[in-house]
Design a binder for this molecule. Structure first.
Ligand code: DGJ
Length: 720
């Protein structure tokens, strides 16, 4: 039916197409737009497709025909363009060029926007490239991918196969990337793009974004600003090697090419086999990065993030409290701590499995997913039962894509492991990666979750870790197609995750990759949240959360209170309560007052969750800009808001600025109340318990920042 509709629509587009792909038609425009922005493509006289415009949505199209056709939409290799192509391939006869001509296109209205598919075909070879665009009207998000297929007599080879190519003609361009390393993820660095190429990519395979995350911002005509200016935010949905290429050419035009990193990944495509690229998600804002962020958050909650519109559980995790040193009794005691804190769940971390090679450290045991008998004599079953009896949920850690060389799995199935012949092995964290291109291995990984769930249906949550990049890259399964491994690994992972989601649709899971090694929107179709960093020092987290907040809503960022950092517990809690709150700490090492405060904070958190999780984020003062930082969440009806303000390390005799708020109703009156105070403390803020207009709060601002180091405040604003 859907196909029929598409066919009819295509027929109404008044074009006729010859078999060799030449469109015999008058020039035509294709618009791909949302409520705020639009792209306009044109089929020129030569039958080729050009991107004419990408900017603010036009209210009047008069004059459109004057726009030049100078940027081909999906530039191919070997023809007259001298810069980076979107597609590079070799035909079966060895010809290394492609020339794509427009064939047809379809547009389909959906409840959220429009889906457009533009079919292009090589004018001499039976190769078809279909560019797919899905526009989300209200959220101002567009996603795009390409599908490549051919009917040549023998296989063709793909060398470059982008998901998206975008063109801009502006005065200047400023690109921000999010880079770092383990425990110092997503540092934001902005640089002006000049002639030439800037590439942001990763070659780590599985733990792909340990050094750089799969997202970026490009601000037009000046550095990015929070509340004004034109800025593009883009991210690729691929849990593996990705590449963004930003290239400014001799005419000062910028092209942005996003897709899988083709490094060591040339792909042999059989006749009629489809190569489907991952989705590239982007938004073009005319009101700075703040608006672009809110677009991403709304879209993710509604359409992409697993259980995006649902709540999240608070939890107590035992990783930093015990590391590998625990047994049944110790864990059951921790359940009492979880209960006393008032959190929803206890999460059992690494170290519960392996018998021939018990997991007493990170040196062994990965792959042997049976409970260690002397640690847990009654198995996971007893833990689930005890937790349930105490009225809390039970969650569990796994790292199912990995294997320790010291494990029974490795002894039994060496051929399941990614491992180079004739070379010494190189291990990352003493472990190796299973070959997910192999369907047998996919079954094994699926069964890690499935066996646990079949045996213990009470398990309420999984933390899915992935600590090693792919090392020693060679697949026993792929034999003479080694260059497919990086791509087929990720496809294999998605097969597994899809099977899990189908069988256990309501199972929440955390995407963890030794910290921020994985944070992309394709994986987040299967995961309710992710672990942004192993670094839980709250000052570091202010920067890390600030970075991720550009793309991901609060409910998708797990933030735990740990012993990292010597800041007061209040400061730690105020930071973590901006995201999905958890604890990973020895509760009995807190003072009585702190324990009481933590319990109160869990209750307070329940009351602020609706705005933090579902509201609009306004970043107010960047931690990068100085010694203070603040953000606020405003409920969709602007009736309630929560402000989080932090003094990090003010300078001597610093002139303390007032904090101007944002996103409120200027005409409304709001009562300001400081919440989340230590037991017995009253607020010392002059604004506490006072009423202000939204206009005043946003134009004049409040005295919240101070000259004290490591001070923090949460303010609740309630419309009167
Ligand atoms: C890395 C994770 O980021 C930590 O939270 C913890 O789960 C360890 N792995 C366990 O090995």
């Amino acid at each position: 039916m859907k196909k029929m509709k598409k066919l009819l629509l295509a027929c109404t587009l008044l074009l006729s197409v010859s078999w060799n792909g030449t469109a015999q038609t008058e020039e035509k425009s294709i618009r791909i737009g949302t409520d705020d922005s639009e792209m306009i493509f044109k089929v020129a006289d030569n039958g080729r497709l050009y991107q004419q415009y990408f900017g603010k949505k036009l209210v009047d199209y008069t004059g459109l025909e004057q726009l030049p056709t100078k940027h081909e939409a999906y530039i191919t290799n070997g023809m007259e363009d001298y810069f980076e192509p979107a597609l590079r391939m070799t035909h079966a006869d060895g010809n290394p060029s492609v020339l794509l001509k427009y064939v047809s296109h379809t547009e389909e209205k959906t409840p959220y926007g429009t889906e457009t598919a533009i079919v292009l075909r090589d004018d001499k070879y039976p190769v078809t490239v279909t560019l797919h665009y899905t526009a989300f009207d209200k959220e101002n998000i567009i996603k795009s991918h390409a599908v490549i297929v051919h009917q040549e007599k023998r296989p063709v080879t793909l060398y470059d196969y982008a998901s998206s190519m975008l063109h801009f003609d502006r005065e200047s361009y400023y690109m921000t990337d999010f880079t770092g390393d383990w425990a110092r993820e997503v540092n934001m660095t902005e640089q002006k793009l000049e002639y030439g190429k800037r590439i942001v990519d990763t070659k780590l395979g599985s733990r792909a974004s340990m050094f750089t995350s799969p997202f970026f911002m490009v601000s037009m005509d000046g550095p990015a600003r929070e509340n004004s200016g034109e800025v593009l935010l883009g991210t690729i949905g691929w849990t593996g090697n990705f590449r963004f290429t930003f290239e400014v050419d001799n005419k000062k035009s910028l092209r942005i090419i996003s897709g899988i990193n083709p490094m060591a990944s040339e792909y042999t495509l059989q006749p009629n086999e489809e190569f489907v690229t991952p989705e590239f998600y982007f938004t073009l804002s005319n009101e700075g990065t703040g608006k672009a962020t809110r677009s991403f958050h709304d879209w993710a909650r509604r359409y992409q993030l697993k259980d995006g519109m649902k709540g999240r559980m608070t939890l107590l995790n035992n990783w930093e409290a015990t590391y590998f040193d625990f047994n049944e009794e110790k864990l059951i005691d921790l359940f009492d701590d979880a209960k006393a804190l008032g959190v929803d769940m206890f999460l059992l971390d690494d170290g519960w499995f392996g018998n021939k090679y018990p997991r007493h450290s990170d040196t062994q045991g990965l792959g042997d997913w049976q409970e260690t008998a002397d640690k847990l004599p009654h198995g996971i079953g007893r833990l689930v039962k005890e937790a349930t009896d105490k009225g809390i949920k039970f969650g569990i850690w796994i790292e199912p894509e990995m294997v320790s060389p010291k494990s029974e799995l490795f002894e039994k199935h060496k051929d399941w492991v990614i491992d180079l012949p004739n070379r010494d092995d190189y291990y990352f964290r003493n472990q190796m990666v299973l070959d997910l291109s192999n369907p047998e291995v996919q079954n094994f990984v699926f069964e890690v979750v499935d066996n646990l769930m079949e045996k213990h249906p009470g398990i309420a949550y999984f933390k899915w870790d992935c600590n090693s990049p792919i090392t020693n890259i060679y697949s026993n399964y792929l034999k003479d197609q080694q260059s497919h491994l990086y791509v087929d690994y990720v496809k294999g992972l998605y097969n597994v995750l899809e099977r899990i989601k189908n069988k256990y649709p309501d199972l929440p899971m955390m995407l963890c990759s030794g910290g921020g090694g994985r944070s992309d929107y394709e994986a987040l179709r299967y995961f309710t949240e992710f672990w942004p960093s192993d670094n839980t020092d709250p000052v570091e987290r202010l920067f890390i959360q600030w970075g991720y907040s550009h793309f991901f809503p609060a409910k998708s960022l797990a933030a735990h209170i740990t012993s990292w950092g010597k800041q007061p517990l209040k400061f730690k809690l105020d930071v973590a309560m901006m995201c999905r709150l958890g604890f990973d700490i020895k509760i009995n090492e807190l003072s009585e007052e702190e324990q009481q405060f933590a319990k109160n904070a869990v209750q307070t958190y329940e009351t602020i969750k609706p705005t933090v999780f579902e509201g609009d984020l306004y970043r107010l003062v960047s931690p990068y800009s100085g010694n203070h930082t603040a953000s606020m969440y405003v409920g969709k009806d602007k009736g309630t808001a929560h402000v989080f303000a932090f003094d990090i390390h003010p300078r001597y005799d610093e002139q303390i600025p007032k904090l101007k708020l944002n996103g409120l109703d200027p005409a409304a009156k709001y009562k300001v109340k400081e919440i989340n105070l230590m037991p017995g403390n009253t607020s010392a803020l002059s604004a506490n318990d006072k009423i202000y207009s939204g206009d005043y709060l946003m134009t004049v601002g409040l005295d919240i920042f101070s000259a004290g180091a490591l001070k923090s405040h949460i303010l609740e604003l309630t419309r009167q």
